[in-house]
Design a protein around this ligand. Structure first.
Ligand code: NDP
Length: 242
């Protein structure tokens, strides 16, 4: 039976590229979106063309109860996942003195609470598979070195690194690896339209933005069976930014 991988936030951007790359590797994909089911359906078409199967789940990862209910129903009706990619995430940038409670909460509730809301219900079912498994969590260069205007986002992404490393310790004996991928600046909708790209490119040794496919390549590597001895790590894909 071929293996299934859940990729959160796979309607667009990096998650879409990950879903397609993993389908090229032969995995069946559980696609996930919040609002853009139309785009998730387009990704589903590409997965079918690659000869793989898919399902689509739609829910807000910051909503704990509905996330749990939908995920548990999905694995009960089908089978538990070999891999999970916690990719969905948001920004809500502002200089810290001007940052509203809403801006802080929305980013923490989505990015950091999303880790709990997705992985906590799925961990025991993954353990009960009694087979190797893979968890990959999308962090960011902002979580490693901080970024101005992103105190909320940097906090959430640094928190994800700590959470992933702790979970890696708990699951290592069960042959389930937990790693982070940490992109630098990648050309997707997430980048603010006001970003001073010219200035930023000067700080990136590779002198260009990354592509979603370049992040997907790192996830594909970690998802592979032969990556079984790599756990509790953070792999950066950032053109040498840090
Ligand atoms: P995009 O904005 O292009 O896509 C975000 C995806 O996440 C969409 O599929 C969206 O679903 C989904 N999503 C957003 N919020 C929620 C939510 N509350 N519940 C469920 N799904 C949600 O982002 P990117 O592809 O650029 O980013 C993907 C990940 O990579 C994020 O975690 C981001 O922090 C991280 N990252 C990105 C970088 C970049 O430069 N782009 C740099 C470093 C890290 P829908 O389409 O339905 O709205």
């Amino acid at each position: 039976m071929s293996k299934w991988v859940l990729v959160t936030g796979s309607s667009r951007g990096i998650g879409r590229a990950i879903a397609i790359e993993l389908a090229k590797d032969g995995f069946n994909i559980v696609l996930h979106c919040r609002n853009r089911r139309d785009l998730a359906e387009v990704v589903a078409g590409e997965i079918t063309r690659l000869g793989c199967n898919y399902r689509i789940l739609q829910f807000d990862i910051s909503e704990r109860e509905s996330a749990k209910e939908i995920l548990l129903k999905d694995i009960e009706d089908n089978s538990c996942y070999y891999g999970i990619v916690c990719n969905a995430g948001v920004t809500s940038d502002n200089a810290f003195p001007a940052m509203s409670g809403k801006e802080w909460d929305s980013v923490i509730h989505t990015n950091l609470d999303g880790f709990y809301n997705i992985l906590q219900p799925l961990t025991m079912p993954m353990v009960r598979r009694r087979a190797p498994g893979r968890i990959v969590v999308m962090t960011s260069v902002s979580g490693l070195i901080g970024n101005r205007g992103q105190v909320n986002y940097s906090a959430s992404k640094a928190g994800l690194i700590g959470a992933s490393k702790a979970l890696a310790l708990e699951l290592a004996k069960r042959k389930i690896t937990v790693n982070c991928v940490s992109p630098g600046l990648i050309g997707t909708d997430l980048l603010s339209k006001d970003l001073p790209v010219g200035e930023i490119l000067k700080m990136i040794p590779a002198r260009r933005l990354g592509k979603p496919e370049e992040v997907a390549a790192a996830v594909s590597f970690l998802m592979h069976e032969r990556a079984e001895y790599i756990t509790r790590q953070v792999i950066s894909v950032n053109g040498g930014l840090c």
